[in-house]
Design a binder for this molecule. Sequence first.
Ligand code: M6R
Length: 629
Amino acid sequence: MCGIMGYVGSRSAPKVLLDGLRRLEYRGYDSAGIALLLGQTIDIQKSEGRLDNVEKLVQSDPRRLENATCGIGHTRWATHGKPTTQNAHPHQTGHIVLVHNGIIENYIEIKKGVMARGHIPRSETDSELFGFLVLEAMEEGLSLERAVRESFSKIRGQCSMVVMSEREPGVVVGVRNGSPLVIATDPLGGALFASDSQPLLQFTRDVIFLEHGDVAIATAHDLKIIDLKTGALVSRETTHLEWSVEQIDKAGFAHYMLKEIYEQPGALVDTLNGLLDRTGSEPFTLAEQPGVEVLRNAKELVLLACGTSWHAALLGKYWLESWAKIPVSVDLASEFRYRNPVIRPGTVVVGISQSGETADTLAVLRELRARKIPCLGISNVRRSSISRDADAVFYTSAGPEIGVAATKTFVSQLLTLLLFAGFLSRERKTLSVSELSRLFEDVVRLPHVISDGLEQNSEMIKAIDATVNSLTLSSKVFAGVKGFFFMGRGHSFPIALEGALKLKEIAYDHAEGYAAGELKHGPIAMLDPEMVVVVLAPKDSWREKTGSNLEEVKARGAKVVGVGDAEDHQLSQLCDYWIPLPLESRKIDPDLLPFALSPVVQLLSYRRAVLKGTDVDKPRNLAKSVTVE
Ligand code: M6R
């Protein structure tokens, strides 16, 4: 949830740390700080709010920029204690300074202990307490590395930590004990630590993903890894990163989110290329990889995820059940775990997480795997923690997604589930070869469908802009907008949920997604002229019924934004605002229309957020990867 950077070498440490933290800010951004070794002492600058505040503090004294070549930094997403300067990391206890990502579960017990021994914590965090443990261990004569290891044996919980001490200037010790930590040798000498690989790309593409229970010890001349429990040297393979620095820049777009929306066609092409064996003559042939056999043998699937990934799972169920006739249940990872679910023999569990780091999803996979239930993963981040907790992972190839709101990873997850559905339909002979070939041709067309809609000045874009401008800026048309409902049936229902989540996340509007048939069972009572209902009604087998639901909405005076086929004049006439889907979408099977709808709901939220002036890429209270339960 939080972002960690560490550096020791010959470069300007504040520059390395601040540049790195900027690329990690998506992990949490309610406070930040850096600690720099200046001579024999450690100087800490931290602040609530964004990293810019810390940058100003650092720049206020040129000595920091000129002299510091060793330091650690942090961006925080508050768990224990409010997002204040006091609670911001790094935390200092005596000569120990540390940054922490994750949770110390037994912090109350630790706190009682350290206070009973005369220490007075200055923050409300669990993190600071760890510093007292290290301090005490060093007072007993242990080295920094030994003291950190000793202190880890006293805490419970998944976390990573990077620690320095004024008693051992120039030594940086990092521990991965759950939450991710990546290290690299700086080509100019020295070493780098980060909680994911992106900030390291500007220095090197060769990195090491530490394993659970690894301790990395770095100086300007050396970087070694030892085992947390035994202290024995361990060797870890170096990974050459495929992502480039250019991919993690905004490339002229106003926001990452917008860039990522526009990258969706490419994300789909790369995901197809990554998952399919295109040399095979049969449609939907998955490239050989360990998970394929597990999938092939599945008699039933359980899809588990959180947030947007859960919406992808809900949609996957429609395709998997109707094409492959395989029973599928979908659950929120955070719920599944605690409700003693019945899992029948032959069930394969699929955890879906774009980041591969979501604590709820990982925890449930870990538990199920321990019960010998086959577990697969779908993720966008290679070597993320899900690769440890699932038997095998299918990777989407959406490239780095920096905006907190998931967009291109969502459609890539949809595509992966669609490929699963096609593959299993062939294996289980539930669709004929000609049906599969026809569907496959349409799947290959999906990138064109999305890019057709995203063309500059396409009818779809013009209509989205006009709709949102009017809803947001014109008080003549709307006395006010007090809330949004998104509604759809069948394949459009999960997109309705996703549309509402996007609007909540980045535009802070009250928004709910509903199955169109559900509205009259309660939510319709909310409708009045200040409510906006976005009706997703593409030309599929649910179109007529959704049209009737639209009439019900209109009769209650709500303002209606319709999204549907460009030539569905009957529907467009009923709507206050009309957003036509791209013409290319008429060439694909109606089951695939969610791919045409997704950019619409993403752009609606994006445009509204921009007009409302919110921080689109870093919406309040959120973080890109949620590594706490
Ligand atoms: O990395 P994951 O896919 O596991 O993340 C799950 C959710 O936290 C995530 O989808 C969240 O809802 C996004 N911010 C949605 O835009």
